[in-house]
Design a protein around this ligand. Structure first.
Ligand code: SAM
Length: 258
C-alpha cells in the first residue's frame, strides 16, 4: 500500500512510521509513506500557502494553486483515490477502512486553518473523510488514523494475522476482554476457562463475551447484524449470567456478611 500525504506538517505525519506496527510495515516494504508539502509550490518570498477568505470573516484558507500542484505531483507516481480529511466527510468506520484497504495506493490531503479552497475539492478530491463529529486543527491526525487502520489489514503487517480478524468491528461485534499474567490483580482473578487449555471452551467463552459486550455497549451494532442460532444461545446465556450476578450483588448490598 502506497500513501502520499499532502500536508503542511510532514514531520507530524512521518512520526507514524517511526515505530510500532506502521514502522514495521514500512521496514518490511509492505507500506510506503511519502509526504508532499504544499509550501514547496509557493512562489512568493514568504512561501505563503494561505489567504483571506472571500466575503470576509475570521481565519485563513489554504490556497488552491499550491494544493492542486501538490496533488498533481503526487499523481505522477500514485494513481489512487484522492481523500480529503474533513469534518464534513463520510465518517470513518471499519467498513470504510476495509474498502480503502482494497486500494493499491491513496493520496491523503490534510487541510488547515478554516479549511481548503472549495474548488480543490470539486476538481481533485474523490472522497471526503471525517474522523467524527468534532473539529480538529488539521487533517494530519485523520490521515495518520486512516493509514494506521489500513496498515493493520495489509497481509503480513501484524505479527498474527488473526489479530485483525478478531479485533472489534471486523465481524460487526466488539472484541472479547483480554488478560495476561499475573493471574490475580488486586483480588480480581482471570476467568477459570482461560486456564483450562480447552480451546473449544475458550473460543465459546470469547464469542459469548464478544456478543454480550456488544449487546451492552453497542446495541446499534447488534441491530445491524443477523445472529446465527448458536450466537443467540450464547447471548441469552450471557444475559442470564449478568442478571444472576446483578442479583447476587444486590443481595450482598442488602444483607452484608460483615
Ligand atoms: N471550517 C472547517 C469546518 O468547520 O468544516 C473546519 C476546518 S479545521 C479547523 C482545519 C482542517 O482540519 C480541515 O480542513 C480538515 O482537514 C481537518 N479536520 C478538522 N476536523 C476534522 C475531522 N473531524 N475529521 C477529519 N479532518 C478534520
Amino acid at each position: 500500500m502506497q500513501f502520499d500525504v499532502i500536508t503542511l506538517f510532514p514531520e507530524l505525519v512521518s512520526s507514524l512510521v517511526e515505530s510500532g506496527v506502521t514502522g514495521r510495515a514500512v521496514n518490511r516494504g509492505l507500506v510506503s509513506l511519502n509526504c508532499i508539502n504544499p509550501r514547496a509550490y509557493a512562489t512568493d518570498v514568504h512561501k505563503t500557502v494561505d489567504d483571506r477568505p472571500y466575503g470576509g470573516g475570521p481565519g485563513m484558507v489554504v490556497r488552491s494553486d499550491c494544493l492542486l500542484q501538490a496533488i498533481n505531483d503526487a499523481k505522477q507516481n500514485n494513481q489512487g483515490k484522492v481523500l480529503y480529511l474533513s469534518p464534513q466527510g463520510k465518517v470513518l468506520d471499519q467498513t470504510l477502512v476495509k474498502q480503502l484497504a482494497q486500494e493499491q495506493s491513496l493520496i491523503l490531503v490534510c487541510g488547515r486553518y478554516e479549511g481548503i479552497d472549495e474548488r480543490v475539492i470539486e476538481l481533485a478530491v474523490d472522497l471526503e473523510c471525517s474522523l467524527g463529529d468534532y473539529v480538529l486543527s488539521g487533517g494530519e491526525l485523520g490521515a495518520m488514523v486512516i493509514m494506521d487502520a489500513i496498515t493493520r489489514l495489509v497481509p503480513g503487517a501484524l505479527g498474527h494475522t488473526e489479530s485483525a480478524e478478531q479485533d472489534s468491528f471486523s465481524d460487526g461485534l466488539l472484541d472479547c476482554p483480554h488478560y495476561t499474567r499475573p493471574e490475580v490483580v488486586q483480588g480480581l482473578a482471570i476467568p477459570e476457562v482461560l486456564k483450562s487449555g480447552n480451546h473449544a471452551a475458550i473460543a465459546r467463552w470469547r464469542r459469548k463475551q464478544s456478543l454480550g459486550r456488544t449487546w451492552q455497549r453497542r446495541p446499534d451494532l447488534l441491530q445491524a447484524k443477523t445472529l446465527a442460532q448458536a450466537d443467540k444461545v450464547l447471548l441469552e446465556e450471557y444475559r442470564q449470567e449478568q442478571q444472576a450476578s446483578a442479583e447476587v450483588l444486590s443481595h450482598e448490598q442488602h444483607y452484608p456478611t460483615t
